[in-house]
Design a protein around this ligand. Sequence first.
Ligand SMILES: NC(=O)c1ccc[n+]([C@@H]2O[C@H](COP(=O)([O-])OP(=O)(O)OC[C@H]3O[C@@H](n4cnc5c(N)ncnc54)[C@H](O)[C@@H]3O)[C@@H](O)[C@H]2O)c1
Ligand SMILES: O=C(O)C(=O)C[C@]1(C(=O)O)C=C[C@@H](O)C=C1
Length: 280
Amino acid sequence: MKISIIGAGLIGGSMALKLREKGIADFIYGIDNNQQHISKALELGIIDAGTDLEYGIKNADFIILAIPVDAARMLLPTVLDLVSDQQTVMDAGSTKAGIVKAVKDHPNRSRFVAFHPMWGTENSGPQSAISDSFSGKAGVICNKEESAADALQLVEKVAENLDMHLIYMDAQDHDIHTAYISHISHITSYALANTVLEKEREEETIFQLASSGFSSTVRLAKSHPEMWVPIFKQNKENVLDVLNEHITQLRKFKAALEKENYEYLEELITNANRIRGILR
Ligand SMILES: NC(=O)c1ccc[n+]([C@@H]2O[C@H](COP(=O)([O-])OP(=O)(O)OC[C@H]3O[C@@H](n4cnc5c(N)ncnc54)[C@H](O)[C@@H]3O)[C@@H](O)[C@H]2O)c1
Ligand SMILES: O=C(O)C(=O)C[C@]1(C(=O)O)C=C[C@@H](O)C=C1
């Protein structure tokens, strides 16, 4: 199978590495508006050739769209304009409602499968791609009834080769749940980093005292704005909803401390500990 990866970055690159390793990709084209990423992807053996959008789409059996979600929403209709009934397009975007809406009435809608791999890191670009990354993680397919049976089957086979298990969801429900379980964590981490940078002006002290607690909670704050601003923009209402709840929760901790209500503080922590029973 010939594959074209639009966006030879962390996700596109990691998928390319794994699909080649599994032997389902014979030839991989890379399409990226950053030429340095194409050069790096070639150097690392992620892609076999860099090309332009039209050539890459016309000459691939399977097309993976792995660019920021606002760009994906804009580009997907053009990608579908160029495909035939023999080709399948899959995206990798972290939000889904806007993307499926953008192509709802497109004549080639059924060639597209809306996909979200629930794996990633705070790093970006082809240099950060890792082949054994998606193993054991969930792959979410949205609005499967809008995709042709053969396109769906191909994406299911690709997910299986990425060693992922599948979850099927409505795109709007997906965006609600990912606001709660993925997107809010990034805002808290960015806010935590900004808080510490504001209060602790001695960077050397941050470096010397930071242990696993701070490092793990602030890891997501290293994630780049080119990916995350579009996610927050596309999922604004759901993110605002969960952010309001998060601010309420922060205020509860503040009130417990201000009032020296340590029983209430213990209650808040004990309730939070319930997460241990869910994520072991
Ligand atoms: N990083 C994660 O944790 C993660 C996890 C799951 C899904 N995703 C989704 O995967 C997609 C890609 O994210 P990533 O982490 O691989 O980002 P990345 O920055 O590592 O890679 C994106 C690549 O797309 C290129 N690009 C950007 N706009 C383009 C355009 N209009 N045309 C062609 N190329 C373009 C960039 O140059 C870059 O090489 C995003 O939609 C993101 O929401 C990311
Ligand atoms: O672990 C990370 O660094 C991630 O941000 C990965 C993560 C997440 O778990 O929130 C981020 C965005 C996605 O769309 C999927 C996965």
